[in-house]
Design a protein around this ligand. Structure first.
Ligand code: NAD
Ligand code: DAU
Length: 357
């Protein structure tokens, strides 16, 4: 049993893979990566770690309690960083079942097995342990144009099945600290962008469509506002919480980069040298939250974290990454992705009198 190892869940997805790669670049302790490899989990995101003894990949579901128990007993981690989730709002609108199953029931299974294992240890070991739950700003609902950004005391008001399932998970994590004393910490972060993001989310979808000269489907009036943070800054914030965060606390993470979607799309057109005539206004996402913004003062002041990436440069670098990783892009746009794209955008784009492809 290596006392310094950590378990990461969902480490083959976008943020998880960035975290795993960053972690292994600067830590020598073993990292056990539990991932179910859903459509969003991609072993190629971890290709450079294929032969690294520091990375142990465990293919499985966080809801598989026997497997979680085995990993805890076998590796005796000093921490769990829990990324695994169904994460896409549009998919949660069409099929909420998986969201309830993984984000709520799966998080419960992980918490309960962790608690049973953790309770067997001596008080000093119990005190050192950390369970970091990775959550989202969407649990707080939607802001009006002049509302102050969300802080850690903003009441929950989730609006999509995705956001509601994440909010439920946050409540369970909180309760496990309050009731059992499990040293849990919660991070709520704003919209991430950067390398390895699956192209069903706004930024990679727009980059890849623009590069291919395809229509860019903008929901509603395009004036919905998101607060963008580079994924590496988010991963560094999680590191800071793991090292210095106080059990039982919540930390909001954001980089103060509020942008209307349309501005982001125009910026991508500029970087790819494409014409704004590619933009198509398509029927809106049901229940679409108008604005998110994060107040990250607490993590900045208490843990000394701050983001390193400015949005303009970070977005330009992200466009370059997608241009330089064409094989990755082609592979993730499999036939399953094309089916999803047709379901999500086919009728919407045709309604606008255009060609969906
Ligand atoms: P993602 O969809 O890219 O990756 C999710 C990963 O979890 C995939 O590798 C998938 O295979 C795995 N997974 C799904 N169900 C699983 C299960 N039952 N058991 C084990 N593994 C499973 O997601 P992401 O964008 O990297 O987000 C990671 C976490 O961060 C999520 O919890 C999400 O709610 C949160 N978050 C995301 C953002 C964002 O902008 N992407 C912002 C704030 C918070
Ligand atoms: O805020 C944090 C959340 O950000 C995370 O918790 C989620 O896991 C992550 O998916 C993301 O959710 P959003 O719904 O904000 O992200 P998405 O990329 O799907 O959409 C961003 C904005 O762009 C949103 O206002 C909807 C809009 N949009 C999105 C797509 C995919 C479009 O206008 N057209 C599109 O085709």
């Amino acid at each position: 049993m290596t006392q310094t190892s950590i378990i990461v869940t969902g480490g083959a997805g976008f943020i998880g893979a960035n975290f795993v790669r960053q972690w292994i670049a600067h830590e020598s302790a073993t990292l056990i990566n539990l991932d179910k490899l859903t459509y969003a989990g991609n072993p190629e995101n971890l290709r450079p770690l294929k032969d690294s003894p520091a990375h142990v990949f465990a293919h499985g579901d966080i809801g598989n309690r026997e497997l979680v128990r085995h990993l805890l007993e076998r590796h005796g981690p000093r921490a769990i960083v829990h990324f695994a989730a169904e994460s896409h709002v549009d998919r949660s609108v069409h099929g909420p079942t998986e969201f309830v199953q993984t984000n709520i029931v799966g998080t419960f299974a992980l918490l309960e097995e962790t608690r049973l294992w953790w309770e067997k240890h001596a008080p000093s070991k119990r005190e050192e342990f950390r369970f970091v739950h990775v959550s989202t700003d969407e649990v707080f609902g939607s802001l009006g144009p002049n509302d102050p950004p969300f802080n850690e005391s903003t009441p929950f008001a989730p609006n999509s099945p995705y956001a509601a399932s994440k909010a439920a998970a946050d409540h369970l994590v909180r309760a496990y600290h309050h009731t059992y004393g499990l040293p849990t910490l919660i991070v709520n972060c704003s919209n991430n962008y950067g390398p390895f993001q699956f192209p069903e989310k706004l930024i990679p979808l727009m980059i890849l469509n623009a590069v291919d000269g395809k229509p860019l489907p903008v929901y509603g009036d395009g004036m919905y506002v998101r607060d963008w943070i580079h994924v590496e800054d988010h991963c560094e914030a999680i590191d800071a919480v793991l090292i210095g965060g106080k059990p039982g606390e919540v930390y909001n993470i954001g980089a103060e980069n509020e942008r209307p979607n349309l501005d982001v799309v125009h910026e991508i057109l500029r970087h790819t040298g494409r014409d704004p005539s590619l933009i198509r206004y398509v029927p809106d996402r049901p229940g679409h939250d108008r604005r998110y913004a994060m107040n990250a003062r607490k993590i900045r002041e208490e843990l000394g974290w701050k983001p390193r990436h400015g949005f303009e440069r970070g977005l330009a670098d992200t466009v370059t990454w997608y241009l330089q990783n064409q094989t990755w892009c082609q592979r993730v746009r499999s036939s399953a992705y094309r089916d999803y794209y047709e379901r999500q955008y086919g009728a919407r784009l045709r309604q606008q009198g255009g060609d969906a492809t």
